[in-house]
Design a protein around this ligand. Structure first.
Ligand code: FE2
Length: 156
């Protein structure tokens, strides 16, 4: 049986579960990035304070896109903090003030997101879900570049 946008319902159900998992991870990462923005200390303060703001704004756009993709597929996006923290594999981080430690934490988070999005890409390809597929490949390409740049930044 196909749903209203022509995707097999069993595929759509799997995609909704995986996208909700991704959404939860984005929300935890978003809040962690706000913490990095607020708590950063030291001589890199001005550049990283700004950079982390750019990051959390970008993550928030993706949160909305992922949630609305879930609705488009016929699902309900997770929307409570308790759901996010229980589903997310990224953990809430507190009191990180060091530049290198903040950047390393966000590199670790990007790796988790990229792996989850590659997995989603496989599922959306099999489902013929071009909408989710295009979204995931955009995110992967963009974040791989972020990983390169943040890695270069902390190389000594
Ligand atoms: Fe701010």
């Amino acid at each position: 049986m196909k749903n209203s946008i022509g995707i097999e319902t069993h595929h759509a159900d799997t995609l909704v579960i995986k996208l909700n998992d991704l959404l939860a991870n984005y929300m935890v990462f978003y809040q962690n990035a706000r913490g990095f923005h607020w708590n950063i200390k030291g001589e890199k303060f001005f550049e990283l304070h700004l950079k982390f703001e750019e990051l959390y704004n970008n993550l928030l756009l993706k949160v909305d896109e992922v949630a609305e993709r879930i609705l488009t597929l016929g699902g309900v996006p997770l929307h409570t903090f308790s759901d996010y923290t229980s589903v997310s594999s990224l953990r809430a981080l507190s009191n990180i003030t060091d530049a290198r430690e903040s950047v390393q934490a966000l590199l670790d988070a990007f790796q988790v997101l990229i792996l989850k999005q590659r997995e989603l890409l496989d599922i959306s390809s099999e489902a013929g879900d071009e909408g989710t597929n295009a979204l995931m490949s955009d995110y992967i390409r963009e974040q791989e570049k972020q990983v390169w740049m943040y890695s270069a930044y902390i190389k000594t």
